[in-house]
Ligand binder design. Sequence first.
Ligand code: SAM
Length: 213
Amino acid sequence: MREKNSKSDGIDRYHNLEPTTDAGKKLSAIYDEWAESYDDDNDNKLKTVSQPNTVAMLQRHCTNLNSHILDVGCGTGIVGKHLAVAGFTNYDGTDPSTKMLKHAENHGYTQLFPLDIGQALAAEDNTYDVTLCVGVFTHGHVGPEGIDELIRVTKPGGTICFTVNEGVWDASGFPDAIETLTSSNTWILLEKSKQEYMVNEGVQAWYIAARKC
Ligand SMILES: C[S@@+](CC[C@H](N)C(=O)[O-])C[C@H]1O[C@@H](n2cnc3c(N)ncnc32)[C@H](O)[C@@H]1O
């Protein structure tokens, strides 16, 4: 496991996040500061594999490469990079951190637009064939209530894929939320699997894929 430098590592700010009422503002500031070194930390320090794993999960449930995709919490656009490699051609991204979004400009997104934390996504109901959300359901970020917005902007019959850090899975009530969405026929659960997430940290995530009813 890598050695940490608590003065300079964005990762340590992230680890110390606790859900608070002003978490939104704090988060945006943290990610604005982290934007420059985020990809290096992702690839070389954390060895995060959530982005390729989520795109691989999407490929298992959606074969239309022209699908109109929204990447919620797209950050620097690592998911977009993997979508392009997989052959997807039409993906938008949204994120609260303008500095993270700036980096995402390099990764083939059709449109990038800001996300106001605590507000609805800036997209109409039933807009997207696919909605992805990777690395956002995690400590101090977004709880299961955020799933409703992913569903809202997805077309009926569309695919929703997201990750949930194992550390918030039970504590934040994700199993109940997912079960309620399934039993109410809001979506059909396609996949629920536990896989590697941040390999160097020994952290796994739940990977969820569902079809909106
Ligand atoms: C761990 S990063 C993941 C970024 C990207 N999806 C990836 O996999 O590399 C979490 C991202 O969530 C964004 N974020 C923070 N609060 C959010 C919210 N309420 N809704 C959506 N995204 C949020 C952050 O700005 C950051 O870019």
